[in-house]
Design a protein around this ligand. Structure first.
Ligand code: FA5
Length: 357
């Protein structure tokens, strides 16, 4: 009878398992590894002895040896994980701060929960006013193509009205084709396009959001500010509907003590157009630095939708008409809370911010 070149494989494997289980640290494991699965292991010695066997016996013994090696490697990997876990726990225990002798202060610091910024809470209040009037709230992108920000709003390239907005261009695609939106009016276009595509006209929506202009910050301007756009597209809409909405809004948001007025103005996407102003709440109309000594503060622009805008998005101007407005949210907050300089909104002075918690 010939003895197997693998000797008593089961006994050897059981021995290796016991050795692995007895390893007490990662260092010990690393040290023992060459004797368990490496060159100096019984498994490697057995592997070398296979060369002397007949092909068929070599194949069978080789398969057994492979299976045994996989089993041993598996035990080794698990032991490594257990030992690493133990090492981590030991380290945490060593790092633990002993607070046994520390006297815990009886002072209870008030938990600070923070609060929404004045601009964010103003935006919510404005949304509430318009939702109560039957408007829905929609959202639009802050980075726009030239087409949405200007062209679809009746301002083809080189149109002089583009100069009304000092634009930040984004380095993307062809030069001067992508912009940080200078107003929320491009969202009107997205909304009208989607209503045409999904046959969901009429539209009664407001669209709040951030806008960007190369304006030098001063008492009434920031380079990043917020507007709330309004859009109504329905049958038989006239300027009187717009004036009614603005009047209702002014009373709901500012209360009865504030006077407002509409002044004729020009916007390329509305005709007729107007600017919406309120009495300066800093000087109560007397004239001050905030209102540039006019007694009035402009809150937004508005007007009846120009038929060219309706046709740019495929709406039949013989059936539908509408109006739009765009108010500065930061300006509304400024006038409602009598903030002489708008820059206070972004200067992060807690003494200022805390007043609006
Ligand atoms: C517009 O942006 C038009 N899109 C408004 C509009 C919409 C007209 C729909 C007609 C129809 P204007 O540039 O005037 O218009 O800005 C509107 C309001 O945004 C201003 O009255 C002001 O309240 C606010 N605003 C404009 N620029 C700034 C700025 N740099 N910082 C703070 N608020 C600003």
């Amino acid at each position: 009878m010939t003895t197997s070149p693998l000797g008593n494989l089961h006994k050897e494997i059981a021995q290796l398992q016991a050795t692995i289980e007895s390893l007490g640290s990662i260092d010990a494991l690393v040290e023992a590894e060459p004797f368990i699965t490496g060159k100096r292991s019984v498994l490697s010695t057995m592997q070398k002895s296979l060369g002397a066997l007949e092909p068929e016996a070599r194949r069978d013994a080789g398969a057994q040896l492979q299976a045994a090696r996989r089993q041993v490697e598996d035990w080794l990997a698990r032991r490594r994980e257990v030992l690493a876990g133990l090492a981590r726990s030991a380290q945490l225990e060593a790092d633990r701060l002993d607070l046994g002798d520390v006297v815990v202060s009886s002072v209870r610091w008030p938990a600070s929960t923070g609060h929404a910024s004045l601009v964010a809470s103003t935006q919510r209040e404005l949304e509430d006013v318009f939702v109560a009037m039957g408007f829905t709230v929609a959202d639009g992108p802050e980075v726009e193509s030239d087409w949405y920000n200007f062209e679809a709003l009746n301002m083809p390239p080189a149109h002089p009205a583009r100069g009304m907005w000092d634009t930040f261009y984004v380095e993307l695609g062809e030069p001067e084709t992508v912009v940080l939106r200078t107003h929320t009016s491009p969202t009107q276009i997205h909304l009208m396009e989607s209503a045409v595509k999904n046959s969901t006209l009429p539209i009664h929506s407001v669209m709040p959001g951030r806008c960007f202009r190369r304006d030098t910050p001063d008492a009434r301007h920031l380079a990043t500010f917020h507007q709330i756009e309004g859009l109504v597209v329905d049958r038989g809409i006239t300027f009187a509907d717009l004036a009614g909405v603005i009047e209702t809004f002014t009373r709901a948001y500012f209360g009865p003590d504030i006077s407002s007025r509409l002044r004729p103005a020009y916007f390329p996407f509305t005709e007729p157009s107007a600017e919406f102003e309120v009495t300066c709440t800093i000087c109560h109309g007397e004239g001050c630095r905030t209102c540039s000594h006019t007694g009035w503060i402009e809150l937004g622009g508005c007007g009846v939708l120009d038929p060219a805008v309706l046709s740019a998005v495929g709406i039949d101007g013989d059936v539908w008409s509408g109006f739009a407005f765009g108010f500065g949210i930061d300006r509304c907050a400024q006038m409602r809370h009598q903030i002489a300089d708008m820059r206070a909104l972004v200067e992060n002075d807690v003494r200022f911010l805390e007043q609006f918690s």
